[in-house]
Design a protein around this ligand. Sequence first.
Ligand code: BES
Ligand code: ZN
Ligand code: ZN
Length: 471
Amino acid sequence: MNIKLLNKELGEVLSDVTVVFLKKDELEECEHADILQKAGFKAEQDTTCFLYEKATLFCGVDSKKSDDIRSAASCMMKMLKSSNYKSAKISVISKSTITALVEGVVLGGYEFNEYKSEPKKAALEEISLAVNDFSFDDIETIFNEALIVAHATNFTRDVVNRAPQEINPQTLAHVAQTLAYDNSLLCNILQEDDLAKENMGAMLAVGRASVHGSALIHLAYKPANPKKVITLVGKGLTYDSGGLSLKAPTSMVTMKMDKAGACAVLGIIKAVSELKLDIEIHAFIGAVENMVGGNAYKPDDVLVSRSKTTIEVRNTDAEGRLVLADVLDYAQDKVKADYIFDFATLTGACMIALGQYTTGLMGHSHKLKHDISRAGSDAGEMISSLPFNRHLKKLLKSEIADISNTASKPYGGAITAGMFLDKFIRDENKNKWMHFDIAGTAYTETPWDCNVYGATGAGVRLMCEFLRDIK
Ligand code: BES
Ligand code: ZN
Ligand code: ZN
């Protein structure tokens, strides 16, 4: 499916269908008010009415603001894809909603059909956005940038959605290598013998029962005169069975998504390199599979992490934080960054705290939290801060090691997981670091906003927005 921007009046564009976004208070003045009224269309947000004889699709919106347009454009895509029309046209309402329109079309129109032997093929081939404006060049720039970010989000979705027998730590490293080749990024992969030389006892323990060797993937985008240096760290659990603290069968289904942090980081570096931002990006991924077996790591094991901090394992299902502990430590040695952001499907508790639609944001700097929250709302990704506190921190105390990998009480589990990671952030980096728990937002089994079944690409739009505005 192709999407194009035309410097034309809507009437001049040739298309099978015209799409109209309509607010309730515009219904009465609408040319087809009578028919719409008879059809029972009330222009409510995310409702649609197809007047086939008029070749017009009406999409209800509460407002003409980005969040509503993005969602309505996703509904529009669902309708158009279920029809036999080949092309549709829409008038661009304002410069500020062009990004949302592109996202609705590209993200809302996304489908993952890799494993269907006979995928349904939609007739829809082209969406034209018509804009007759003196500032067309500016609008075209916004359009092209929005396309880059939306396609990077779908790239992230594609990798997350692939089945765990296909994406394991080694094949995830190949995906990263291919991306590095295509986008001229630097790429370094550390295999298990390298990880052993680096004393990554925590990360290695998690992957020990897997037949696939763990890997630490490091990609870098280095423009000539970077304004800032950013480190991104991603949790890349290509499968999380829970290990010996085995997950219940129903909780295990969807755990291919435990690599979503890693895939988000890949999508972000892809977008930033295509946007050609003047920012140096380092992406570090801990690619590991958490399995069971005779050599599996165990509850009661004490692991020595790369930073020499010893960790008592009380639950092998709290594995992401063990992998991240070593990757964060390695990343801090390798790169002196202005900001360090980690993305991880870290805790079910985050979903309990915030729901499925909001990413949990943790860290020390109030200013950074504020700036990131703002980028989130501009990008249309919901984020909320989960505050650290000294009482919860005490729950991570271990009687026999420096720290326990699980808190002694379950309440506030997303925060205690964040505070576990904090133990591996060096003092000079405390205010540069933010942790994003995307356990709720990275994957969905019911469509919402511009998300369809499966991976959402959470984190990509938000980070691109933040990085674009960085001073
Ligand atoms: N990958 C899971 C977290 C998760 C759960 C992500 C549901 C997405 C959906 C993580 O490794 C995990 O299992 N965490 C445990 C931690 C607990 C053992 C302290 C959890 O959330 O139950
Ligand atoms: Zn787990
Ligand atoms: Zn996990």
